[in-house]
Design a protein around this ligand. Sequence first.
Ligand SMILES: Cc1cc2nc3c(=O)[nH]c(=O)nc-3n(C[C@H](O)[C@H](O)[C@H](O)COP(=O)(O)OP(=O)(O)OC[C@H]3O[C@@H](n4cnc5c(N)ncnc54)[C@H](O)[C@@H]3O)c2cc1C
Length: 451
Amino acid sequence: MKSKEITIVGAGLIGSLLSIYLRKQGHKVTIFERRSDLRKEKMSAGKSINLALSDRGWRPLKEVGLEAELLKMVIPMKGRLMHDTKGQLTFQPYGKENQAINSISRGGLNKLLMNKAEELGVEIFFGHKCVEVDFEHNLVEFSAKGKHFQVHSDLIFGTDGAFSAVRAAMQKTDRFTYSQSYIPHGYKELIIPASPSGDFVLEKNALHIWPRGAYMLIALPNLDGSFTVTLFLPFEGDGHSFENLNSDDKIIAFFKSVFPDASELMPTLVNDFKAHPASSLVTIKSYPWIRNNTMILGDAAHAVVPFYGQGMNCGFEDCYELNKLIEKNGDDWQRTFKEFNESRPENTNAIADLAVENFVEMRDDVGDEKFLLRKKIEAHLNSLYPEKWIPQYSMVTFNPDMGYAEAMRTGKYQKQVMDEVMSVPNIAETWKNLDYDMIIGDLEELLVQGN
Ligand SMILES: Cc1cc2nc3c(=O)[nH]c(=O)nc-3n(C[C@H](O)[C@H](O)[C@H](O)COP(=O)(O)OP(=O)(O)OC[C@H]3O[C@@H](n4cnc5c(N)ncnc54)[C@H](O)[C@@H]3O)c2cc1C
């Protein structure tokens, strides 16, 4: 393959991984990043402090040779541990015995990827903000230290996140479709520290959820024994909202009444609450992702809300899929761009919609007995027919060979079948005696009809 000069805009998670793939193919890769180098200064990588890494993200990281390092950085979370208002706990496994999602530090992962990229010969310039792209002449304009200059390259990739400057430049061109929609909720990060001896004060290998209907709290473990806690709450409104939690007393009273067990573990709650911003949550869809020799990937092309824990995983999968096409098409980059642009969006659109739906499940349904029974029956179906009934969460999280769009479609039919099952009288007592062959038959029929 002919070596190309490639510019990547944004050294976040996706841009850094993409640079590794491209460099491994022998291209000259340069990344320009707006922020300063998070490895040299005490700064966060932005957004959430830790993330859930699952199989779709793990696969490409393993492919580029990072599995050994990853294993030292992750804490497996085997299921959801729900906390009710009395502090009672209910555990719901995410999948089978050996399946888990992994809590990982965003900053730690970003550093690992940047180190690997530089080790392979990728050059990263920090403090360089992309301000414009000239698609016709393959030019990217940057501003750095008050000066503006242009960079020419053969190929340009925009991995500059949800508010991408590369995408903004595409939006000014003809027939570019774009949508963004905010949910009414925002999020705020808080902390449950480790015990004085450095131990975890909650179960370590679980994702903790305090589902409360219109809002929720979650907590993911960190390697130092602490948990990063995220409150998802409406920005405004008559009920509980960020707008209404406007005094120390109200913050304390709110946490004590609705998250009593968590609040006891949060000694710096009020200070953290006031010091940390409430940030917004957006879904962004766009199409096409290419203009001449420029392509956008990751959040720049498709930002999703975090309730399926898939935004980063999906962006890493973008890199994996793109790499497969590059390997197949060699020097025919236009073909690679075209095929990626044709095949990938149906999957990213699907996960965007699934993520919004999953918010309702996480904040509301997971605390509901009928929902837990539904999940138990689905797990039973899966144990009887492991190939034919895979719960939607498992298809999305643990089955990277199945695209998000197919997982969504199959999940829709499973829901139809399960709605019928759940309407059987006394289902809580009789579920073990159901005709499971017939249930699978119903699903198969729906899948055939839907094709
Ligand atoms: C609260 C929250 C929790 C989440 N949890 C999960 C999770 O558990 N699992 C999961 O898979 N995903 C999760 N996500 C989604 C995940 O954070 C994103 O999908 C992921 O960060 C996308 O990576 P990216 O590299 O495309 O964009 P970003 O991470 O936004 O990186 C973009 C980079 O580009 C740089 N940049 C921006 N503008 C410019 C410019 N003009 N010029 C140069 N550089 C620029 C930025 O500084 C940044 O370094 C979560 C998101 C949020 C908000």
